[in-house]
Design a protein around this ligand. Structure first.
Ligand code: 5RP
Length: 219
């Protein structure tokens, strides 16, 4: 099976986890695009959604799904999002689509985080995928130096990318992450960093992993 078929399979598989009559948190990316197509089939049975990016918002709107501002929502039962890497503890690297900050906020609010991914995203050790960090533009050079000192990795500026929040992305290459929570805390503490794309303190509660044989559920 091609990777996009696996993404589609898992995007649709997530539908049965959606509690009807509630507001659903929606992530970003090509796997989530399939989930949004699936969600559109039950749009009259959910209250609406909270979106994690402008890209997802556009697609949700085009399919007639009602959008809520997170500030108008007291609580969220469920958040569904993709990932760039996930380990056996369901800790993740996210932010390949540069939407990590809004994704992390919604994940923090949600009672349950369901990660949907194809088998290529499952890893033993996080860090082969460059770790995204959202940074305010004036702090780029300083944060780059700090990331080299504190992580031993090699941060690279993602040219031409401005996040939905008006910031830039540094991607840290050559990491081998053995203690994701500690690294998440260290990077988040650098002045100028908005968010690091390590989702370890708030990891997934359920992961649906698609492979050519079917969908594996981790919880
Ligand atoms: C966006 C993300 C995405 O979930 C991640 O990049 C996976 O994307 P895709 O489903 O296209 O492989 O974190 O910021």
């Amino acid at each position: 099976m091609m990777q996009d078929e696996l993404k589609k399979a898992v995007g649709w598989a997530a539908l049965k986890y959606i509690p009807l009559g509630t507001i659903v948190g929606v992530g970003t990316g090509s796997t989530i695009a399939h989930f949004i197509d699936a969600l559109a089939t039950i749009r009259n049975n959910i209250k609406g959604v909270v979106s994690s990016s402008e890209v997802s918002t556009e697609k949700l709107k085009s399919l007639g799904i009602l959008l809520f501002d997170l500030n108008d929502v007291d609580s969220l039962d469920i958040y569904v999002d993709g990932t760039d890497e996930i380990n056996s503890n369901m800790q993740m690297i996210k932010g390949g689509g540069a939407a990590l900050t809004r994704e992390k906020v919604i994940a923090a609010v949600a009672r349950q985080f369901i990660c949907i991914a194809d088998i290529s995203k499952q890893v033993q050790i996080l860090g082969h995928f460059p770790l995204p960090v959202e940074v305010i533009p004036m702090a780029r050079a300083w944060v780059t130096r700090e990331l080299i000192n504190l992580t031993g990795g090699l941060p690279k500026y993602r040219h031409g990318v401005v996040t939905d929040n008006g910031n830039i992305i540094l991607d840290i290459h050559h990491l081998h992450i053995l203690d994701a929570i500690t690294l998440e805390n260290i990077i988040n503490n650098i002045p100028g960093v908005v968010t690091v794309g390590l989702f370890a303190r708030r990891r997934a509660d359920i992961a649906l992993i698609s492979n050519p044989q079917g969908i594996k559920v981790m919880s």
